[in-house]
Design a protein around this ligand. Sequence first.
Ligand code: GLC
Length: 419
Amino acid sequence: MDIVRESKELLVKNRWLTNGSQYTTPSTEHYPYQWLWDSCFHAIILAQYDTDAARAELRSLLSRQFGDGMLPHIIYWIPGTLHNFRWGVEGTSSLTQPPMIAYAVWEIHRHDPNQAFLEEVYPRLLSYYRYLVERRDPHGEHLIGIINPDESGEDNSPRFDVPFNAPSDISYEAHHELRVQLVDENTASNFNVEFLSRHGGFWVKDVPFNAIVIENLRALAHIASLLKQEEGEQFANRSVELITAAMREKMFDSGEFRSTYGLDNKPLIASTWAKFAPLFAGLYSDDEARRLVQGELLNPDTFWAPYGMRTTSKEEPAYRAEGFHDKFSWRGPVWMAPHWFVYHGLQRYGFADEAAQIRQKSIDCLEKSGFRECFNPETGEGEGAHGFTWGALVLDMNPAEEQGSTFFVADIEDRELER
Ligand code: GLC
C-alpha cells in the first residue's frame, strides 16, 4: 500500500468547494460537512505539500466565527443536509472542538513562510483564544471548560460517564441521545457558559482540551511575536503560564493529569488515553513521563495493543475493542488523532523508539483495513466511517523532522530574515 499516495488522493477526493469556500470533509459519505479539529488536521497534513490548500481550508473554517470569537465545531456548508446532526444554529453547530488552529497555522508557516497569511488570520485567532481563556473560564480558575462531550472530540468516551450518569455498557444510540438532549438544554439557556457551569448537565475541564489550548497558545505567541503584536504575545504567554499552573494544581494526581467535573473540580478517574495528551504539550517532568510511558502506555494490560494505543484502558469496565455495529466508538478503539498527539509527545521527550512503534502500528491499521474512522486495537479491523481522512496524519509522523521540540522558531526566524 502506498500510504503517501493514497492519503493525498483521499484529501483531494474529500475536498469540496461551496460558494467559493474550499474545505475537506472527514469522510464524504458519513460526514459531509467541515469539522473544526478535522480541518486543522487536514491543514497540518497539507502543510507538507500543498500550502495553498492548507490555507484555503483554514480560511473557510474561520469564515463562520461567532461574534464572541467562538469557532463552531461543524459548518453545514450545504443547507438542508442536516441528517441527525441536530446541534445546529443557522448553518453551524453551537459547540466548539479542541482548538488546534493556531498550531495548524504555524505548521503552514513553518513549511512555507507567508507573513501576509499570518496577518490575515491573526485577529480571528486571537479572538478565538481570548474567547476560550475568558468566556470558557467563568470562575477565573485558569482552566478551560467544555459543555458537551462532543467538544472534546471524543464524543462517547467513558471519561464522561460519571457526569453523564451513563452505565459502562451504554449503547451508541443511548449515548447520542444524551448528548443531543444536552444541546437542547444548552440551547434553551442560550449557551450562557457561566449559567451552564452552575446549572447545566455537563461542566468538564478536560485534560486533552487544556493541553491542546496550551500548545496552541504557544503557537499563537510565536505568530504574535513575528507580527510584533506585543499585547497578543503577552496574553498568550501569560495564559500558558496560568493554565499550566492550574492543571498542575487542580488536575495532577498520583502521577497523572485527570479531567475534572463540576464547580468543585471532582476528578474523572476512568482511565483513558487523556493522561498521555499532556506529553504533547510537555506538561510532565522527564521522570513523570518515563513512569507514565513505561507503566501505562507500553503496558499490554492497559493501553498497548497489537494495533496501537487503546483510547480506553483494557482494565476499564467500559472497555470494548469493537465499535458499535457500523458506528465509531471512543470506548476502546484506536484513533489516528490520539496516535498523532502521542507520537509527537513521545518525540518531545526523546522516546524515539516508542514513537516509531506508534507510527508503525498506525501504518499496520491502514494496511489491514484502509482509511477507516477507528480500528479494533486487538485485530486492526476497521470501524465506523470509510474514506476517513485521519489516517493521512501518518504523513506528519516523520522522524526526520523531529528535534525534541514541536516548534522550530529559530529556523523560521532565520528564514523570515532572508525573505
Ligand atoms: C466523530 C469524532 C469527532 C470528529 C467527527 C468528524 O464525531 O468523534 O472527533 O471530529 O467525527 O470526523
